[in-house]
Design a protein around this ligand. Structure first.
Ligand code: NAI
Ligand code: MG
Length: 499
């Protein structure tokens, strides 16, 4: 035995193998019993007097009482935003605006554990994702747009960019804080004020964000948060004091908003659904592709507008790829969102679970073959096992409609032309993935895919500098990057290089 080995052998053997408490524990978040509306920098009670209960979808445990804002409440919020816009915010030196945004970004980083736990608690997503994706990206968005706030003249040279006024923002439940960041950061950087409505199933992180706004000493009324369901959203959309609407959510509601705003002077951006194709060619690195496929559809329980919900596999590797995919599915851990080993958490709501179950049933009825790995789902809460459908025809509803759940539909193709044609054969056009060893093929195929974002040999990667948005029924307008500022600005001199 060498000297070194003897020393190593002498090290005490640990006898207690229990884990230390996780840093992401439930008790680092303190919730109030009920929340009002955040208007003009203060908490107010809803005029309507109406409230509803927000729950933890993994247990159905009630978390807090939330205000249902009515028309008067929305009006108060819009007035507060208008007054903040006119009495200071729009005239503030852009470098000062930037300071607030930097502050918000830093506070989000400092409080990221608390926010990550809350996001998992209220939304059902695995803590690993809220901790490693939602929170870092939310802070990154504020940092990124903070950087542009005092450089708008350089971003849009000779166009004299000016803020629009009051932005009404309506966001969904799949990435509650991140969607707030995507909307609030560019709006403020451009000099606007905001009335934002979080989704009715996930209001808590937006309400905790009000605390961040106070900590950052953001002037009162610059950001107002009103909670409620679609009725509150509709009030924001039609309110005459709003200059711009930014909406992320279902295509149906997006279309209704567009109809409502037709002929008005309000600006509109819509980020709607998707049915993305993840296209795997026979020369792709298969093990990597499997990881990309899994990340593409099971990330956030498939509650992702750009999810790779249609897998297009080249016929020659079909058997091999499906065998590998099924094996990999067996290793996914479904369960408690706050357990850091969980890969797939809870479905966000009863309503969403019903929708997934209904569409999966149509898949069976229409003749597709279903595969689910053996896994025991908790008895309480909303759960759905990771699912793969093979033997899917393009006409099936599961190949055409957004399921917004952990359900993958597999189709095959023989040639690149066929792959492109099938990939584009949906009413949507938000995102797509291409897997191949050939760089030239990536470029050739990506160019022909009618999708706002195309990932190559990866999937679901986001960066605040990169614009995101869709074609066709996936909506219009871009968020992220320089493109994401434009919808929040008007240009006094539209001639490039002035007159
Ligand atoms: P939704 O479109 O009804 O909800 C999104 C947001 O819009 C929520 O804040 C909601 O309160 C608000 N809203 C609802 N009706 C409104 C109206 N008439 N006017 C203004 N705002 C309104 O989406 P929902 O019902 O939660 O989900 C249904 C389906 O939509 C999902 O299964 C999924 O397919 C899709 N969806 C897509 C999202 C995306 O990121 N593109 C996000 C959420 C849902
Ligand atoms: Mg709805």
């Amino acid at each position: 035995m060498s000297e070194l080995e003897r020393k190593r052998g002498a090290a005490p053997v640990p006898v207690d193998w229990t884990y230390a408490p996780a840093p992401e524990a439930r008790d680092i978040v303190s919730l109030r019993e009920r929340y009002g509306l955040y208007v003009g920098g203060d908490w107010i009670e809803p005029h309507s007097g109406e409230t509803f209960t927000t729950i933890d979808p993994s247990t159905e445990e009630p978390l807090a009482e939330i205000a249902q804002a009515g028309p008067e409440d929305v009006s108060l919020a819009v007035e507060a935003a208008r007054s903040a816009f006119e009495n200071g915010w729009s005239a503030l030196a852009p470098s000062e605006r930037a300071k607030y945004l930097f502050r918000i970004a830093r506070i989000l980083q400092e409080r990221s554990r608390e926010f990550a736990v809350l996001e998992s608690l209220n939304g059902g997503k695995p803590i690993r994702e809220s901790r490693d994706v939602d929170l870092p990206l939310s802070a990154a968005h504020f940092f990124y747009y903070a950087g542009w706030a005092d450089k708008l003249e350089y971003a849009f040279p000779n166009r004299t960019p000016r803020p629009l006024g009051v932005a009404g923002q309506i966001i969904p439940w799949n990435f509650p804080l991140l969607m707030l960041a995507w909307k609030v950061a560019p709006a403020l950087a451009a000099g606007n004020t905001v009335v934002l409505k979080p989704a009715e199933t996930t209001p808590l992180s937006a309400l905790l964000f009000c605390d961040v706004l106070r900590q950052a000493e953001l002037p009162q009324g610059v950001v107002n948060i009103v909670t409620g369901d679609g009725r509150t959203g509709a009030e924001i959309v039609k309110h005459p004091g709003i200059d711009k609407i930014a909406f992320t959510g279902s295509t149906d509601v997006g279309k209704a908003i567009q109809r409502e705003l037709a002929g008005s002077r309000k600006k509109l951006t819509l980020e709607l659904g998707g049915k993305a194709a993840n296209v795997v060619f026979d020369d792709a690195p298969l093990d990597q592709a499997i990881e990309g496929i899994v990340n593409g559809i099971y990330f956030n329980q498939g509650h992702v507008c750009c999810a790779g919900s249609r897998l297009l596999v080249q016929e020659s590797i079909y058997e091999q790829l499906i065998a590998k995919l099924k094996r990999r599915l067996g290793t996914l851990r479904v369960g408690a969102p706050l357990d850091k080993n969980t890969d797939v958490g809870a479905i966000n709501s009863r309503q969403q679970l019903d929708k997934i179950e209904e569409l999966v049933q149509t898949g069976r009825d229409e003749g597709a073959e279903i595969y689910q790995p053996p896994c025991r789902l908790p008895e309480r809460g909303y759960w759905f096992a990771p699912t793969v459908f093979t033997n899917v025809a393009q006409s099936y509803r599961i190949a055409q409609e957004e399921i917004f759940g952990p359900v993958l539909s597999v189709l095959t193709f023989r040639t690149p032309d066929e792959a492109v044609e099938k990939a584009n054969n949906t009413p949507y056009g938000l995102s797509a993935g291409v897997w191949t060893e050939k760089g030239s093929r990536i470029l050739a195929v990506a160019q022909r895919l009618r999708a706002g974002v195309v990932w190559a040999n990866t999937y679901n990667r986001f960066d605040p500098a990169s614009p995101f948005g869709g074609y066709k029924e996936s909506g219009f307008g871009r968020e992220g990057g320089l493109h994401g500022l434009e919808p929040y600005l008007r240009f006094e001199s539209s001639e490039p290089f002035g007159s």
